[in-house]
Design a binder for this molecule. Structure first.
Ligand SMILES: O=c1ccn([C@@H]2O[C@H](COP(=O)(O)OP(=O)(O)O[C@H]3O[C@H](CO)[C@@H](O)[C@H](O)[C@H]3O)[C@@H](O)[C@H]2O)c(=O)[nH]1
Ligand SMILES: [Mn+2]
Length: 751
């Protein structure tokens, strides 16, 4: 490949000053630990502090590892123009699960933006939507969307529209003179589409004239129904004037469900989509999108192709993940879930190791890797063997469908004829067969093939499996951002999302797929393993942070001290550590172009998340491990209106922390109350001491400051204690929290 025609470039990002800061803080941490060890005789609180600080040092080290040598990939899609024949087909898979929590209009926008992406040959694209909600409204919305796409897709291409999700396009653009007529027409058609979708209700859809389209939904119950597969748009049948017209096939799938079977949530849905797309179009590349994300850069598929085709050794780019970014962002990130710094620093750093994690959405996979093919550089022998797998082998791996086995054989042997969807009705029958509940029984789906089962974070687990096989991954850096998604707002949705992630991540760490095995016996690099640990230990950080957060109140209550005294340098080390850690974080936020307020909100949310979401995640995995309960995928509520992309209208309302009676709020509420109570007790005790002895010396000034800082961190909860309605903590949560506080004080009362 001549350098003039290069498709991608791997650039190291320099960070010498940061490395020095990393080491400086590490030295302070070690100094603190040694002072602690030297002063251990001071009692129980300082043993606890030592254990926590040792843990914090470990967390710092694994974070240093991940951030150490970041890499960025530049992509040059213009250089693909001479290679358009080589461009592979792409199956675009979208999942939706619940028409209440995920409004069909949102899914429709995701799908429309995908149908309108730029790709030289639209026949190479196909879009599949999995609906775990089995909702006729979603199906209807998608059918109507396919109708609208006939206008929308040509409109976007004619005028080079940038943002191809109509709700966002119309929220952010005004009619320009040269396309005024066209704009107004499309806008009014979109408005009609919106009102049809928003006024659609299940009952009337099933009763109405064209109810024939929805007969399959009549008997269907959400958790118990046969598979439904509908081809909503067949591009091969469309009457087109020439190539470049038309838009990708659109297929609706609601997999079979029964109460008896485990459905494996999103991983199960993705595996069904992988099979349905295999028997219909069998594209060698799979793009996976959540329903709450849209294409923000129409060239995204081309950028991804630069990374998929641009290396001489494809091992370097097993999959291409676009890290999540969000739209309609709340000002200053009040819920700490826009993950800007995490994306820049941690995910960017991973690119310098074996590569970014698979994050569940906005990811381009090679179908053969999903089917378990090892990288060429490692296993030429194994690869050839897969090419010559017998039907029996294929059927044990992939299940009973002959068509699926045939399609897999094509993927393995790398002859991938592009099959138009001829004979739709028989394909639909096969698609239904591979979407049935017991199709996977006895096969390798969910294990070596497809999306892996066994964790709420199926994405990270599946990515880890791919890295363990020896593949690397890459991530394009496009401007404008490739995809935009929606971050949850409000306390309950944000904390629940963090809880699910932390649960899933710990499930992986403690489960049979724990990454150390892959490091020893497979090809997961050691530093990548440490990179995975940064996230896997999220929920394990909770008990340590909780313990550390309780030291202040405990010492105030018992009139002890856990902080090191000025006498042995310990105090200055603690102070230096506190300051340098916070300055380090602050500068990271500044470097990412964020406000000081965002920094503070994120510091605060980190403490809140670990004492609520991570703590509960920790407990629920412990309960699961000892067999007392199961973990459940709780779908995140998407409460942002898709008909209104303008964040400023919601700002004042949505920046507030909201509560409900979920147990996730109990520990934080208890810790907040505890800090107030112990400060009060401490002040009272010192006042008495001062009045009786006239002595002003305060031994606990450090502990007072710690508790004061906690109160600042937990401010949303302090407000929640007195707030009303959604903004107040419900009384039953407060009651449980008080019980915990009283119990804690009772057990700490000493002699
Ligand atoms: O039984 C289910 C549950 C969820 N989903 C879909 O999974 C996606 C992600 O769910 P969401 O509630 O939006 O979760 P997020 O926290 O936003 O998702 C992040 O975290 C998940 C893992 O916890 C990943 O699967 C996602 O890709 C990633 O974006 C959505 O499209 C859902 O429709 C299903 O299809 N079936
Ligand atoms: Mn989501």
């Amino acid at each position: 490949m001549s350098s003039a025609m290069k498709l991608q470039e791997r650039v190291s990002v320099p960070r010498t000053a940061w490395k020095l800061a990393d080491i400086f803080i590490l030295c302070l941490l070690f100094a603190l630990l040694s002072c602690r060890v030297a002063s251990l005789r001071e009692g129980g609180a300082s043993v606890a502090a030592l254990v926590c600080e040792a843990w914090f040092t470990f967390v710092w080290i694994i974070n240093m590892n991940i951030k150490w040598n970041p890499v960025r990939f530049n992509t040059y899609p213009e250089n693909l123009s001479q290679r358009t024949d080589e461009l592979p087909a792409v199956d675009m898979l979208v999942t939706t699960a619940d028409p209440e929590l995920e409004p069909p209009l949102m899914t429709v926008n995701t799908v429309l933006s995908l149908l309108a992406v730029d790709y030289p040959d639209v026949d190479k694209l196909a879009c599949y939507v999995s609906d775990d909600g089995c909702s006729p409204v979603t199906c209807y919305a998608l059918r109507e969307a396919a109708g609208f796409a006939r206008l929308w897709v040509p409109f976007c291409k004619r005028h080079g529209v940038g943002v191809r999700a109509p709700f966002m396009y119309f929220a952010s653009s005004r009619p320009e003179p040269e396309l005024a007529g066209d704009w107004t027409f499309i806008k009014s058609e979109y408005d009609k589409l919106v009102s049809r979708i928003e006024s659609a209700d299940e009952g009337s859809l099933l009763r109405h004239d064209d109810a024939a389209d929805f007969t399959e939904f009549k008997e269907a119950k959400r958790g118990d129904h046969p598979a439904i597969v509908k081809v909503l748009w067949d591009n091969s049948k469309s009457s087109r004037t020439g190539s470049g017209d038309g838009f990708p096939n659109l297929v609706y799938v609601s997999r079979e469900k029964t109460r008896k079977h485990d459905h494996h949530y999103k991983a199960g849905a993705m595996n069904v989509l992988a099979r349905v797309s295999a028997v219909m179009t069998n594209a060698p590349i799979i793009l996976n999108m959540d329903c709450d994300m849209f294409v923000n850069n129409p060239q995204v598929v081309l950028h991804a192709m630069c990374l998929l085709l641009g290396f001489n050794d494809e091992t370097c780019s097993g999959f291409v993940q676009v890290p999540q970014r969000f739209y309609a962002k709340l000002k200053d990130d009040p819920f700490g879930n826009q993950i800007e710094v995490l994306r820049e620093k941690l995910l960017g750093g991973l690119s310098g190791l074996q590569g970014i994690y698979y994050l569940g959405t906005g990811c381009f996979h090679r179908r053969k890797i999903i089917y378990g093919v090892a990288p060429p550089s490692f296993a030429a022998v194994k690869h050839e063997r897969q090419g010559s797998l017998t039907y029996e082998d294929l059927r044990t791996k992939f299940g009973a469908s002959v068509e699926l086995a045939e399609s897999a054989r094509n993927i393995y042997s790398r002859e991938i004829p592009l099959k138009p969807m001829i004979d739709i009705s028989s394909r639909i029958q096969v698609a239904k067969q591979v979407s049935s509940c017991n199709y996977e029984t006895g096969t390798h789906w969910g294990q070596e093939i497809g999306w892996s089962y066994g964790s709420m974070a199926e994405d990270i687990l599946t990515g880890q499996r791919i890295h363990s096989a020896g593949w690397k991954s890459t991530s394009p850096d496009t401007n404008p951002p490739a995809f935009l998604g929606c971050a949850p707002t409000g306390g309950p949705a944000s904390l629940t999302q963090y809880k699910r992630w932390a649960t899933g991540l710990l499930e992986i760490l403690l489960g049979p797929n724990t990454p150390i095995i892959a490091t020893i016996f497979k090809r997961l690099q050691f530093r990548q393993y440490l990179g995975y640990l940064v996230f896997y230990v999220w929920s394990m950080r909770a008990p340590f942070e909780l313990c550390y957060a309780l030291l202040g109140p405990f010492c105030l209550f018992r009139n002890h001290s856990f902080l090191l005294k000025a006498s042995n340098h310990g105090f200055s080390i603690q102070l230096a550590l506190f300051l340098s850690y916070n300055i380090y974080n602050f500068v990271e936020y500044m470097e990412c172009g964020l406000s000081a307020r965002t920094w503070w909100n994120n510091m605060r949310m980190q403490r809140i998340v670990s004492l609520s979401s991570w703590l509960l995640a920790f407990l629920s995995v412990v309960l699961k491990t000892i067999g007392l309960s199961k973990t459940v995928f709780e779908v995140t509520r998407k409460d942002k209106s898709t008909s209104d992309g303008d964040p400023s209208t919601h700002e004042t309302d949505l920046g507030w922390f909201t509560f409900d009676s979920s147990p996730v709020f109990i520990p934080m509420t208890a810790v907040a109350i505890l800090n107030i109570v112990t400060i009060a007790i401490g002040v009272w005790r010192h006042a008495i001491f001062w009045m009786t002895t006239g002595n002003h010396d305060c031994q606990n000034i450090g502990e007072f400051l710690c508790c004061g800082l906690m109160i600042l961190y937990f401010w949303p909860f302090i407000k929640g204690l007195v707030g009303r309605g959604r903004y107040g903590i419900p009384w039953n949560v407060k009651l449980k929290a008080w019980v915990i506080v009283v119990a804690f004080l009772y057990f700490c009362r000493g002699d």
